[in-house]
Ligand binder design. Structure first.
Ligand code: GDP
Ligand code: MG
Length: 164
């Protein structure tokens, strides 16, 4: 089986945008693991000849009132830790740190697996304070990207395959 790289984070940070950009629609066959696959999408990706399976989380994020369930976000982070070899924790550089970011970060700080703190929606890398504030989440140096423009996603993938 290929190594698994999971993208986690609260709703609307840009997880699916990055997932679609990196996988280009290739479907992955992943063994059935009862209870963990229902709210996740798996697709194969390749960077510099290194193949891996990328996981997009997020089908069950919204409650009846349209607000995300923190409990669900929490469980998704736990599931990602359990199944992934590398975790991409995505946050929104336009929104800044939110309570849900803190919830996910608290779970991810407990794993020994490699976690990359990815700050999305950074279209101007000279605005260092916009992404450096996320250093406070205690998960190392924030990596700025723009999923829609593809900015810095190559450097991110370089680091990911290095960690596989
Ligand atoms: P998800 O809920 O985490 O999967 O987030 P989506 O991928 O669905 O994206 C949520 C919204 O953020 C959409 O409107 C995207 O177009 C927008 N978005 C995603 N990536 C970027 C980015 O790099 N820059 C900007 N400005 N918007 C983005
Ligand atoms: Mg999504």
């Amino acid at each position: 089986a290929k190594p698994i790289v999971a993208v986690v984070g609260r709703p609307n940070v840009g997880k699916s945008t990055l997932f679609n950009r990196l996988t280009g629609g290739r479907v992955a066959i992943v063994e059935d693991r009862p209870g963990v696959t229902r709210d996740r999408l798996y697709r194969n990706a390749k960077w510099l000849n290194r193949e891996f399976t990328l996981v997009d989380t997020g089908g069950l994020e919204f409650g009846a009132d349209g607000n995300p369930f923190s409990e669900v976000i929490y469980k998704q982070a736990e599931a990602a830790i359990a199944e992934a070899d590398v975790i991409l924790f995505m946050v929104d550089g336009k929104a800044g740190i939110t309570a849900d970011d803190e919830t996910v970060a608290a779970v991810l700080r407990r794993t020994k697996k490699p976690v990359f703190l990815v700050v999305n929606k950074i279209e101007d890398f000279s605005q260092r304070d916009k992404y450096y504030e996320f250093f406070a989440l205690g998960l190392g140096d924030p990596i700025p990207i723009s999923a829609t423009h593809g900015m810095n996603t190559g450097d991110l993938l370089d680091a990911v395959i290095e960690a596989l």
